[in-house]
Design a protein around this ligand. Sequence first.
Ligand code: CP
Length: 322
Amino acid sequence: MSGSDFAYDFPHRNLLSIADLNPLDAEILFSRASHWLEAIRTANRKKDALKGLTQINLFFEPSTRTQASFEIAGKRLGADVVNFSAASSSAKKGESLADTVRNLAAMQADILVVRHPAAGAAAHVAALTNAAVVNAGDGMHEHPTQALLDAFALTRRLGGLGGRRVLIVGDILHSRVARSNVQLLNLLGAEVRLCAPPTLTPVGAAGWGAQVFTRLDEALEGCDAVMALRLQRERMAGGLIPSEREYFRFWGLTHKRLDAAAPDAVVMHPGPMNRGVEIDGALADDEARSLILDQVEVGAALRMAVLELLGENARKHNGGRA
Ligand code: CP
């Protein structure tokens, strides 16, 4: 059989922002991700839910995890997957994002997975095409599949997020991961905390639905999970922290620091990770406390769920192609 064997009318053409989702959407995505996780842990990984559909991964910024897992997810579901890298494309010759998208749409792309340095780029792409668009990170705005995979990994470990206290610590100012995570964690009933140096705390963060701290030991109190974020040097004009060594001393996660959190609190990181800056390498590698590689594993399954549900809708809206 080609197509998904799962009947649910996912009420979205695209995945651009966590703000578009409700708790039922998240529940359905987690349920499908659980299904795919079980499937990919067996040798029988190849499915055909996206058979006949073309998925283009359109990356204008570097990526290891997101691009690889969307490629793996699409291929495991039977899509024809094309990887587009801005560095080796005609974007280098001055072609605009809009013209790039129009050309790819003319090749009958069904799903576009978009990463771009500009906030709003994925929504811009969605307005130009009938293909399903997945936001794989747009500037400092959002990274919805990262938040979904984080919440999925955490739900699996904690058995639910209702009433759980989750801290996000690090470069909140430049983080699309933090912006998506705060929304989703709130949607799922968690209590969210943010901690950063004042220079890396966005103006208005107190209005995001999270408690804001500058001192890590205070912020950690009673937390069930702590997510460390990288310093995004590529988005900094400079001078926002005194030095990496100083930063680690005040905001770096270590086993000792974690004593202030709830017993058995877990640590997370979306990657890429800078060991010895935002997190101690020994803590990152501690399998009893660290969910970091779990996040990556379940991320591929979660992205299969996203592609499956959006792919079904793309099939309905593309005039029955495939
Ligand atoms: N978490 C994340 O987006 O990692 P990549 O930049 O490697 O895709």
